[in-house]
Write a protein that binds this ligand. Sequence first.
Ligand code: GDP
Ligand code: IMO
Ligand code: MG
Length: 421
Amino acid sequence: MVDVILGLQWGDEGKGKIVDFFAKDYDLIARFQGGPNAGHTLYVNDKKVVLHQIPSGVFHTDTINLIGNGVVLDPITLKRECDTVASFGIDIRKNLFIAERTHLILPTHRALDKAAELSKGNQKIGSTLKGIGPTYMDKTGRNGLRVGDLLDKNFTSAYIKLRLKHQRLLDNFNFQEDITAWEEEFFETLEFLKTLNIVNGEYFINNHIKAGKKVLAEGAQGSMLDIDFGTFPYVTSSSTISAGVCSGLGVAPQQIRDVIGISKAYCTRVGSGPFPTELDNEIGEALRKTGNEFGATTGRPRRCGWIDLVALQFACMINGVTKIVMTKADVLDTFKELQVCTAYKVNGEETREIPFQMDRQKPEPVYESFAGWNMETSAAKLYADLPETMKTYVNFINQYLGVNIEFISNGPGREQIVQVK
Ligand code: GDP
Ligand code: IMO
Ligand code: MG
């Protein structure tokens, strides 16, 4: 049995915190896509930790963690992260496993990411520059190197061959940066990577499922950044939706039980691309300040706006969401009035569907207003403690989406979460 936790918006919904919260109920937590472009924040003994490559269950000693084949892996980031995790007394060799089919991010992939973004000028994607796009291009182009290849005696020659190809591309971009230091660090960390548990991910996970173990698949990014269904081309390069769990881990669709979608009580986006409910004004500024909306990976200010039910309904549809967790409800505590986007206006017509090319069709949001609750909610432990105005907001969203918000997160701390009853 596999449950899935994934983002329903443009990423940073609070997946890390929620995975960490639910992890105690699972035996195995597995990342199925994305790479170090992800930044998943959680608090361990009141200390903030941001995970990029390692699943967010890693601080629970009874749970094991798998980096699945659908992930792209930067060994340099992984090594740094393993050191951080080890400083909390976690034995990485006991509870972290890496699928041998996982593709490696090479230093030249990072350089290519940077070169490609620079060449796009004001049409840039706003990539995290972690090498994600070029690594997935080499995967689908059937050139990439995988973790399992490290154990092959021909690894270095395969690396040199691929590097040469990348160098030609970099020359075309007229990319001048010296990457020797990155390469040195890369080769050093490969030695470290070889000492970790490298497994056949698909047998590993299916054997656990067969033995009756509970698996939680942890998504990165969000549904609106999905390579197929997101706001293309302003997306990431992987399948961020529930279907990605099957190909990113090697589990069959019948094994998937709950798809738990995470949404903020409002909406954010980092990087370029359409964002219909964006507030480029003092309200957006207030959301950014109160919500501390700065990227966990890049530190960039996140764009902020009202919750978008058209996009959320679309995300619920393509993922088969069975439950929703609404995060950062406390961030709305001081807002007198809240807006909820219930439709788009495209060419003068109202629609509840996502248009093909949002950046060209420029949908205008149609809003319904709700009273804010104007009280502090971050100390609430029970649903009964929450204000009626918040419940009205939650019930409206439930009805619109046809899926229920089952938990409300009211602060960044592990215990700051209220079950809806
Ligand atoms: P992820 O990428 O989906 O894991 O989310 P990030 O970690 O990038 O961003 C979420 C941010 O919101 C982090 O700084 C979290 O500590 C914080 N956070 C998560 N849940 C809540 C919440 O309910 N309230 C508040 N105020 N902060 C939250
Ligand atoms: P988590 O898992 C928010 C965005 C980037 C950019 C686009 C493509 O923390 O939610 P990429 O580096 O993948 O080529 O960037 O996707 N992006 C994210 N935005 N949260 C993330 O991950 C993101 N990962 C990538 O800002 O717009
Ligand atoms: Mg994040």
